[in-house]
Design a protein around this ligand. Structure first.
Ligand code: DOR
Ligand code: ZN
Length: 430
């Protein structure tokens, strides 16, 4: 007997298929079986286990293509188990874990180990990026074909840039031949050296060393050129500067094979908002000016920025309490990304509902080549999120994440994941 579940009375929002309408959703054996209005009244579906979604949006589970799960090496800050619990709470059903673990994920053996660990521990689906260079040292390339064979879903040295343009060119040629996207952390270290904040008045006033926006944009421009030179797909991570957005806009007009993401902290916050020396507001790239923030929102609205990703970066309390300069870069984001996006982009009318869901679900799935995710087409795995768009709440510790380094603690937000399903199984419910 097939296992069936009916989600009744919600509004399905599936931009990939152009659907935005009242629909019941029938799940059978973990997959989407059927979507139609009034399904619950059909004879034959009486008595099927039902979830009431009235007043809620029914959207594809979020795909967060930029998270740090800290396993192996820093299990005190996060594990696959706790990081994916945070994802489930935030409505995220697929995450891409970055390779800057200890040791770095740069070999097939390492990928296989992580796969096995995720299969045992993860609450949501986990994909892994393989490093571009051995040990992320920016010197020797890893073996892309073997990493792909071992399951790498993308290549990235995220956390660090590739400083050598020549090596980046070679990496892109080889990645193109494997049809792997390179996720690019753009930062010219000769411009950002020693900085812990954004270069500008707020940092100056506090006596903190800032990195200029150009530290990001010069590499964005370089790597757009290299994408065009090689024909390889480059995905620009965590854009923070207005000039970077403009560079991507112009590149896309020319048809360059580039995509981009922005993080909730960058489009919701700016450097003038940082309270004192609170290192829960410190990340890399740093919060920038109000103008930069506005440009990110505009880029998200017009599609220059394809995807929203968290750069979920857990760090322990002791490390973050060391002071703004010595503290490590990074903020957690899995549990608040959907809410911050709803609050800042949807409720403030910068993006329509459909555009927002596209940035959170369909676009990242497409960038990673996941044809059966980010959509609710019949036949795909039933990864979906029920969103209460108007629920007001205030994030506060304890979090599902092992860490609590987020600038959104204590901030009133509007909207959240009421329930998250992975393969038809509920992994989070309010
Ligand atoms: O803020 C950040 N934290 N930016 C990065 O690029 C790396 C990340 C981390 O791993 O903590
Ligand atoms: Zn990152």
């Amino acid at each position: 007997m097939a296992e069936r579940l009916l989600i009744r009375g919600g509004t399905v929002v599936d931009p990939a298929r152009g659907v935005e309408a009242a629909r019941d959703v029938l799940i059978e054996d973990g997959k989407i079986r059927d979507l139609a209005a009034g399904l619950s009244k059909k004879p034959g579906l009486q008595g099927v286990e039902t979830i009431d979604a009235s007043g809620l949006w029914v959207i594809p589970g979020l795909v967060d293509m930029h998270v740090h799960l800290r396993e192996p090496g820093r299990e005190g800050d996060e594990t696959i188990a706790t990081g994916t619990s945070a994802a489930a709470r935030g409505g995220v059903t697929t995450v891409l874990a970055m390779a800057n673990t200890e040791p770095v994920c740069d070999t097939p053996a390492q990928l296989r180990l992580l796969r096995a660990k995720a299969d045992a521990d993860a609450k949501v689906r986990v994909l892994f990026a393989g490093a571009v260079t051995v040990g992320q040292k920016g010197e020797r390339l890893t073996e892309f074909a073997r990493l792909k064979e071992a399951g790498a879903a993308a290549l990235s040295d995220d956390g660090r840039p590739l400083m050598s343009a020549g090596l980046m060119r070679r990496a892109l040629e080889l990645a193109r031949d494997q049809n792997l996207v390179v996720i690019d952390h753009c930062e010219d270290l000769t411009l950002s050296a020693g900085a812990c904040a954004n270069e500008g008045a707020p940092a100056l006033r506090k006596g903190l060393k800032g990195a200029p926006w150009a530290a990001e944009t010069v590499q964005v421009l370089r790597d757009i050129a290299l994408a065009e030179l090689t024909g390889a797909r480059v995905h620009l991570a965590h854009l923070s500067a207005a000039a970077s957005v403009e560079a991507v806009r112009a590149a896309k007009r020319r048809g360059a094979p580039v995509t981009a993401e922005a993080c909730p902290h960058h489009f919701a916050l700016s450097d003038d908002m940082i309270p004192g020396y609170d290192a829960d507001w410190k990340m890399n790239p740093p919060l920038r000016s109000r103008e930069d923030r506005a440009a990110l929102v505009e880029g998200l609205a017009d599609g220059t920025i394809d995807a929203i990703a968290t750069d979920h970066a857990p760090h322990g309390c002791a490390a973050k309490a060391a002071g703004f300069d010595p503290a490590p870069f990074g903020v957690i984001g899995l549990e608040t990304a959907l809410a911050v996006s709803l609050t800042e982009l949807y409720h403030k009318k910068a993006l329509t509902r459909r555009e927002l869901v596209a940035r959170l679900c369909a676009a990242p799935a497409a960038i990673l080549g996941l044809g059966d995710r980010g959509t609710l087409a019949p036949g795909v795995p039933a990864d979906l999120t029920l969103v209460d768009p108007n629920a007001e709440w205030t994030p506060a510790a304890p979090y599902a994440s092992k860490s609590r380094n987020t600038p959104f603690s204590g901030r009133r937000l509007k909207g959240r994941a009421a329930r998250t399903l992975v393969g038809g199984r509920t992994v989070h419910a309010l």
